[in-house]
Ligand binder design. Structure first.
Ligand code: UGA
Length: 433
């Protein structure tokens, strides 16, 4: 099939490459010239495991091309909208500027039989509004909403082998076209739910709201554990054995961040309020509040570890990305902690295997070092806030020789407290005994 993908960020670049990998002829379109140049040269403009390989093979095969000109979409019959829907600057709502711009840019290039497929996460009701615009334009094209569930760090696998496909469609023809697009995944038995626009849009935000709630639930248990001397990790293991609960997404720590969960729960709340149903998801405000309190908790622990003031003290911050295997620092709890400690006068030295460039662009006031050893050297307290394997596997004895003071805060609960304490470290976890 001839496919266009509008928006080549974390979602679109992976989607375009994966579609080409599946044998479709793909044109990836983005307004950012530098991004398009890099992608056309086979170089992803961000870190995503597995992406360089499929991008290179797809561009070399001629199946994947890139352009900054939306007119290039004219040759395609299926048009994916994969642009960002960030939080609006002045409210909790999603900013739909890029989605609207993508659709309006596409309109003059559509023809009868074309299918526009929304992949971006949007407030419920958006697809219906956009479908009306497409119908009014009179090209004969139609619209479907097909939310994306990929996780950064596993984006290529999640796109090639999704755990489910959700089609929000107005008619069977659109579902048939999507079946052709996803023929390979469907042939392996991937479940597919065919539904209306509103349900498809809601599935996406409901999934992210549920995941965020699960994380904040366990972080709430961490808060209680901290008061009574219980251990939240053992608690999570114990409740996780109940298959109805499950152990996944029950890792207490500094909380969730990234370009999706935080803004999606806020946008969902804002949309529900617009619909007169604010009370239905009012709990998501608590989910958000619990999550943000965990960042403050790490900061408070650092202040405590330094006897009441971080001013002028060297703090090693391990990790700036919102999670490992990503260079994404959007709404990153790790970077937030680093910035706030710096704001309190600490001499923060941050490190990360992939995120330094993005972090420096946003927060040039922080000192960044490439090597973990350089970050640890002479640190008076060490704060682990992104659980990269390199930090999970740190040797307490060797690290102890580098630091000024053997004091560590494990903001992700990934270190073994007994081992670190045995090596002479003052060790504090999140909700841990
Ligand atoms: C999330 C969803 O997991 C995807 O299914 C969804 O497609 C995507 O958002 C999206 O909307 O595009 P992602 O943002 O890549 O994916 O990251 P997650 O793996 O969900 O992690 C989110 C945050 O939660 C990270 O900061 C992570 O450290 C944190 N987290 C996760 C915890 O604090 N505890 C956990 O137990 C799990």
């Amino acid at each position: 099939m001839r496919v266009s993908v509008i928006g080549c960020g974390y979602l679109g670049a992976v989607h375009a490459s994966a579609m080409a990998e599946l044998g479709h002829e793909v044109i990836g379109i983005d307004v950012d010239e530098r991004k398009i140049e890099a992608l056309a040269a086979g170089q992803p403009p961000f870190f995503e495991p597995g992406l360089p390989e499929i991008l290179t093979s797809a561009t070399a095969s001629g199946n994947l091309e890139f352009s900054t000109d939306i007119a290039a979409a004219a040759s395609a019959t299926v048009h994916f909208i994969a642009v960002g829907t960030p939080q609006a600057k002045d409210s909790a709502s999603a900013d739909l500027t890029y989605v609207d711009a993508a659709l309006h840019g596409l309109l003059p290039h559509l023809k009868a039989g074309d299918l526009i497929v929304g992949k971006s996460t949007v407030p419920v009701g958006t697809a219906e509004r956009l479908a009306a615009i497409v119908a009014e334009h009179g090209s004969g094209a139609t619209l479907a909403w097909n939310p994306e569930f990929l996780r950064e760090g596993f984006a290529v696998k999640d796109t090639l082998e999704p755990d489910r496909l959700v089609y929000g469609v107005a008619d069977q023809t659109a579902a048939d076209v999507l079946d052709e697009v996803y023929a390979q995944a469907l042939s392996t038995g991937t479940p597919r739910i065919i539904t209306d626009y509103a349900t498809a849009e809601l599935v996406k935000v409901a999934a992210n709201a549920f995941l965020a709630t699960k994380i904040s639930f366990i972080n709430a248990m961490a808060e209680i554990s901290e008061v009574v001397g219980a251990d939240v990790k053992e608690l999570a293991d114990a409740i996780g054995h109940d298959v109805r609960i499950g152990r996944k997404f029950l890792n207490a720590g500094v909380g969730f961040g990234g370009g999706c969960l935080p803004k999606d729960i806020r946008a969902f709340t804002a949309r529900a309020e617009e619909l007169g149903r604010g009370e239905s998801v009012a709990f998501l405000k608590q989910v958000d509040a619990i999550n943000l309190r965990r960042r403050q908790r790490v900061i408070d622990l650092a202040v405590d570890a330094l006897d009441g003031s971080v001013n002028g003290k060297k703090i090693a911050v391990l990790g700036v990305t919102f999670k490992p295997e990503s260079d994404d620092v959007r709404d990153s709890p790790a970077l937030d902690v680093a910035v706030q400690l710096k704001g309190l006068g600490a001499n923060v030295v941050a490190t990360d295997p992939q995120g330094i460039e993005n972090a420096r662009r946003r927060h040039p006031q922080l000192e960044y070092v490439e090597s973990t050893d350089d970050a640890l050297r002479d640190a008076q307290v060490t704060v682990l806030v992104t659980e990269w394997a390199e930090y999970r596997n740190l040797d307490p004895a060797r690290s102890g020789d580098l630091v000024a003071s053997r004091s560590i805060i494990d903001g992700r609960n990934v270190l073994n407290p007994a081992e670190w304490r045995a090596a002479g470290w003052a060790f504090v976890g999140m909700g841990r005994r």
